[in-house]
Design a binder for this molecule. Structure first.
Ligand code: SF4
Ligand code: MG
Length: 334
């Protein structure tokens, strides 16, 4: 798949009074047109910060990109001026956040907010923009869009508000959407509906989609591939179904084992012991070693690079990599 976005060896630091937090430490990933990449990890793993750096909305200062490239349609966004970045962000990339209520303006109707996209970016008249707003609301299946276009954000349910956020993101038909925990605030049934809608629209518009989540359960059906992050690094990448069947990293397995499953009803849910590391003091060696059930002496001293993951006989497994000294053992444990 042709790369729409290619992040290469990205580093981001936050310089605070208490020290330097190394939030992103050499992340590389890519997504093609029409492809969905899920980025998975606990909070503080660097998944949102990476997205903010891609979008050019990093809270800066204290955040600084200290290295790497963000190639979007072949251009390194990190070398563009603020103005050029704003243009790319408006027309070609959009982001959806977890909390629609704080992203929408409470004192304007949703119709006015959706319409504004077309007025500002495409110079449409107010009237035409309103027609487009209704069309978009229909697109994201908000019932009775024609009447509801004049309602305010608080008059919609959480799920409907998230649909409005999706509509806003889609308005200018971007090439890439980054959705950061888009369904986390919703209940489970609504989560699935919103996720299905996002996946459907993504296919229809052949956009690239980066789906950031801490919940492996929500991405299984919609993602093509997954990158698992820990302490600002990617620790495993794989096509989605392979990752579920045969993880190559103990952290991934821990995440998988902590998903509630019907066939294990009644059994106690597994939880990875301990907490993610303080980003101002990331452990030496493998950053996961204090929490890893498989850790050996080497893990405390030697940082594992992202190894290509292969079958036992050396057969390549395209798209697979794991940052674990014992990835083979983990792979074969399934
Ligand atoms: Fe665990 Fe060692 Fe692998 Fe890190 S390198 S995940 S500590 S086994
Ligand atoms: Mg986050």
């Amino acid at each position: 798949m042709s790369a729409l976005l290619e992040v290469r060896d990205l580093h981001v630091e936050f310089r605070t009074r208490d020290g330097v937090a190394k939030a992103v430490n050499g992340v590389s990933y890519g997504v093609g047109a029409g492809e969905t990449l899920a980025v998975l990890g606990e909070s503080g793993s660097g998944k949102s910060v990476t997205a903010q750096a891609i979008m050019g909305i990093l809270d800066s200062p204290p955040g600084h990109v200290t290295g790497g490239q963000v190639l979007f349609q072949g251009r390194d966004l990190l070398t563009l001026s603020k103005e050029e970045r704003r243009r790319v962000r408006g027309a070609k990339m959009a982001m959806i956040f977890q909390d629609a209520l704080s992203s929408l303006n409470p004192v304007h109707t949703v119709g006015a907010q959706l319409g504004e996209m077309f007025q500002v970016h495409e110079g449409m008249s107010r009237k035409d923009a309103r027609v487009k707003a209704v069309e978009l609301m229909d697109r994201v299946r908000i019932p009775a869009a024609k009447e509801r276009v004049n309602d305010y954000p608080h008059q919609f349910s959480g799920g409907m508000r998230q649909r409005i956020m999706i509509a806003m993101a889609l308005a200018l038909e971007p090439d890439l959407i980054i959705a950061d925990e888009p369904t986390t605030a919703l209940d489970v049934t609504v989560q699935a509906q919103v996720m299905d809608l996002l996946a459907e629209l993504q296919r229809e518009f052949t956009m690239g989609l980066i789906l950031i989540t801490h919940d492996l359960g929500v991405v299984a059906d919609v993602a093509d591939k997954i990158a698992v992050m820990y302490a600002g690094r990617i620790v495993e990448t794989a096509p989605v179904h392979e990752l579920y069947k045969r993880p190559a990293h103990p952290y991934t397995r821990g995440l998988l084992d902590s998903i509630p499953r019907l066939d294990r009803k009644g059994q106690e849910l597994y939880a990875i012991k301990g907490l993610p590391p303080n980003l101002m003091a990331i452990p030496p060696g493998c950053p996961f070693h204090p929490r890893c059930p498989r850790a050996q002496d080497v893990c405390v001293t030697d940082r594992p690079p992202l190894f290509p993951v292969t079958e036992n006989d050396g057969t390549e497994l395209p798209g697979r990599a794991g940052a674990c000294h014992f990835w083979k053992d983990e792979l074969n444990a399934s």
